[in-house]
Design a protein around this ligand. Structure first.
Ligand SMILES: Cc1cc2nc3c(=O)[nH]c(=O)nc-3n(C[C@H](O)[C@H](O)[C@H](O)COP(=O)(O)OP(=O)(O)OC[C@H]3O[C@@H](n4cnc5c(N)ncnc54)[C@H](O)[C@@H]3O)c2cc1C
Length: 402
């Protein structure tokens, strides 16, 4: 087989690259080893339930999401702009007062630190929301925890709210993630709306794949070798003028010999509850770390479509250790202040390579020479935004090649 451009990988980066190239009138074939698009953004349909392969959210404040997707068609089911903080006394709603002025009283009373520290956190988030991208890009990079300390975000407000919230976002309980990347993420939270598409997170890659010409994406085509001008799998060899490798960091290391990123993992558990343990579509965080769960949410409070007529709870443990469903369920009882013994365990997803560890540069080169290109979240930031931007950057590099 022969084509102008072959893209290896139909995750968000590969699909963004293919869409950009097709929109520019170029001939593209996308090959993926899996049987559907999405890579790390997949949703299983199990007995009428939508189960995302690991809890994740879509932030429609991400610029690349707005540029490349028809956001309205995704039918986002938004989450509360904040979280429910659980401790042994009960559950306390903390929301962003700029987005939810009605929640100010609860937030001021919530046991997450002094009023002064709450104002410091609010001022920092508001400053990030208003900051131009260049301001953040030009700042020095340091472990995010150190940056937070510089703004007085230490002590209870860090331990009871900021750390439990963001460790689930970065899969990094110590918040060692570089501050520039972290500040971009906090800025997008402060500006955007997060939630899940009514049809599951897979609606995101499905929409990108559907925009490509019929037969442009071929599934169950694993590639084992990439050389300039050709890719090879069990089916044989495809020759192409340009080769774009849009696989995850570890697979890119195997195919291209580029350095392999370290990765972070998580384990997500799905339960059907007998009734909603809380009314809000809000992340529940444990201020007292009484067990292994980093965050939990009643998904059907936001998106009833995830489990029509039922109550679906998603709970995530950061790291690769699976503490076991019984331990998780016990911790959920403490977090929700509910008896969870009747909850039905639906499925556990272990995702060892969920995110590449981000080490600093916001952007890594995508052109490797000899018309071979690489994209994926490991070339940008470990996020949906990073994956989409990297794919678009690789496509632009192809388009500007002579
Ligand atoms: C559990 C979890 C939670 C997350 N939460 C969030 C979140 O809330 N917000 C956020 O912004 N981001 C989140 N992310 C990160 C985000 O999902 C990823 O950054 C993004 O999807 C990566 O896309 P990608 O295209 O770079 O890589 P991938 O999705 O890994 O795509 C690579 C593709 O390449 C294919 N492939 C690999 N090897 C080969 C081969 N040899 N031949 C052919 N095909 C191959 C794979 O099948 C796959 O389809 C989360 C990720 C996970 C896993």
């Amino acid at each position: 087989m022969q084509t102008e451009i072959v893209v290896v990988g139909a995750g968000l980066a590969g699909l963004a690259a293919a869409k950009t190239l097709v929109d520019a009138g170029r001939e593209v074939i996308v090959l993926d080893g899996d049987e559907a698009p999405g890579g790390r953004v997949r949703t299983d349909r199990v007995n009428g339930l939508h189960l995302d392969r690991g809890f994740q959210v879509l932030n429609i404040g991400y610029p690349a999401v707005r540029d490349l997707l028809d956001v309205d068609a995704l039918r986002l089911r938004p989450f509360v702009h904040g979280a429910l903080i659980s401790d042994s006394a009960g559950l306390h709603l903390v929301t962003d007062p700029r987005r939810d002025p009605g929640g100010l009283r609860d937030t001021l009373r919530a046991p997450i630190g002094s009023l002064t520290r709450k104002f410091m956190l609010g001022a920092y988030a508001a400053a990030l929301a208003a900051a131009p991208a260049k301001t953040i890009r030009d700042r020095d990079d340091r472990p995010f925890r150190a940056r937070l300390a510089g703004y007085g975000i230490t002590g209870p407000i860090l331990e009871r709210f900021v750390r439990p919230f963001l460790s689930g976002v970065f899969l990094d309980p110590d918040l060692t993630v570089p501050s520039r990347f972290a500040e971009f993420v906090v800025r997008s939270f402060a500006r955007g709306t997060i939630g899940i598409p009514a049809g599951g997170m897979r609606a995101v890659p499905d929409q990108l794949a559907a925009a490509l010409p019929t037969d442009a994406v071929k599934y169950s085509f694993p590639i084992r070798e990439v050389t300039p001008g050709q890719v090879t799998g069990d089916f044989g060899t495809i020759t192409a003028r340009h080769v774009v490798v849009a696989v995850g960091g570890p697979a890119a290391h195997s195919l291209l010999g580029i350095p392999a990123p370290r990765t972070r993992g998580c384990v997500t558990y799905y339960h059907l509850a007998d009734f909603p343990p809380v009314a809000e579509a809000a992340l529940v965080l444990d201020a007292e770390k009484r067990g292994p769960v980093t965050n939990s949410i009643v998904l059907t409070n936001a998106a009833p479509e995830y489990a029509p007529g039922a109550v679906l709870v998603s709970s995530t443990v950061v790291g690769n250790e699976d503490p076991g469903e019984a331990v998780v369920r016990e911790h959920l009882a403490a977090m929700y202040h509910q008896d969870t013994s009747a909850w039905q365990h639906v499925r556990t997803y272990r995702v060892p390579d969920a995110l590449p560890v981000h080490t600093g540069p916001l952007r890594q080169p995508v052109a490797l020479g000899s018309n071979v290109y690489v994209c994926g979240d490991h070339r940008d930031t470990p996020s949906i935004q990073g994956a989409l931007v990297s794919g678009r950057r690789a496509a632009k590099a192809v388009l500007s090649a002579r």
